[in-house]
Design a protein around this ligand. Structure first.
Ligand code: NAP
Length: 252
């Protein structure tokens, strides 16, 4: 039986997910680097250190999810932390296209349903499918934590305010997928509120990664801070929250 706590980070072969994995290794966790491409996962392991292991995991592929859960069960018998980090921002963004330009072309009246379905398949249904497969293993932990990496872009409380400056970017694809992820977060937290498993969502901030064509302004180190804080919450920590920082809640 594994002594060190075990964490799984989905989409951890690059970006904020890789940094979350590195930080959890530093905090003494054995970290499974979820990667849809196993070789890219192995390359990330080489960066994250000896307590990291690559785990093939495509969150849109039920067979891949089942195999990943089976491997965790066989090798570790439990899971202490699940960070649902994997996401896509679009399937049709052109190289060099800004977030503003993409949003303008993908409004509710013009976005293709295929684009919306593919984004939600990863960002919403993928998270729910991984949750369902991993929950029996999380229940084997004394105090498991689930972190859903969401986005301030999905905050209905913000976009409903006509004065919110980024309101025009809200659309049915990425932004609304994060609204739906927030709803899933509450559904999970409510289901588990009588257990020792805490479920929280956060925004990592606007971070320079592949997701936004490196338009973001913050570093991956900064982006990993809030997800890692939530992964390490103590027994007295909250569940069912949506935060940017410990002292900064984001409206649902
Ligand atoms: P990123 O660098 O593009 O990383 C996204 C990761 O998700 C990649 O490892 C990608 O794998 C993986 N992924 C995509 N589809 C997948 C699938 N079907 N199965 C498994 N993995 C999959 O983006 P990031 O900025 O670090 O994003 C991390 C999280 O932060 C996301 O949830 C994102 O929505 C959130 N976020 C980011 C920002 C920001 O400014 N960057 C702001 C708010 C929220 P591949 O390498 O194979 O593509």
């Amino acid at each position: 039986m594994q002594d060190k706590p075990v964490a799984l980070v989905t989409g951890a072969n690059q970006g904020i997910g890789l940094q979350i994995a590195k930080d959890l290794v530093t905090h003494g966790y054995t970290v499974l680097i979820g990667s849809r491409n196993y070789e890219r996962g192995q390359a990330a392991v080489a960066e994250a250190g000896p307590n990291a292991h690559a785990l093939q995991l495509d969150v849109t592929d039920q067979a891949s999810i089942n195999a990943a859960a089976e491997r965790v069960r066989n090798e570790f018998g439990r899971l202490d932390v699940l960070v649902n980090n994997a996401a896509i921002s679009s399937t049709s963004k052109q190289p060099g296209q800004s977030v503003e330009e993409y949003a303008k072309l993908n409004r509710a009246s013009t976005v293709s349903l295929d684009e919306v379905r593919r984004i939600w398949e990863t960002n919403v249904f993928g998270v729910l499918a991984v949750y369902q497969a991993m929950l029996p293993l999380l229940r084997q932990s004394a105090a498991a934590r689930i972190v859903n990496v969401s986005s301030g872009a999905g905050s209905l409380g913000r976009v409903a305010d006509p004065a919110f400056p980024l309101r025009h970017i809200f659309g049915p694809g990425y932004s609304a997928s994060k609204t739906a992820l927030n709803a899933m977060t509450l559904a999970m937290a409510i289901e588990l509120e009588s257990t020792n498993i805490k479920v929280n969502a956060c925004s990592p901030g606007f971070i320079k990664t592949n997701l936004n064509n490196y338009e973001g302004t913050g570093s991956v180190e900064e982006g990993a801070l809030e997800p890692v804080r939530l992964a390490l919450l103590g027994q007295d920590g909250p569940t069912g929250t949506f935060t940017r920082w410990e002292d900064e809640t984001i409206p649902w």
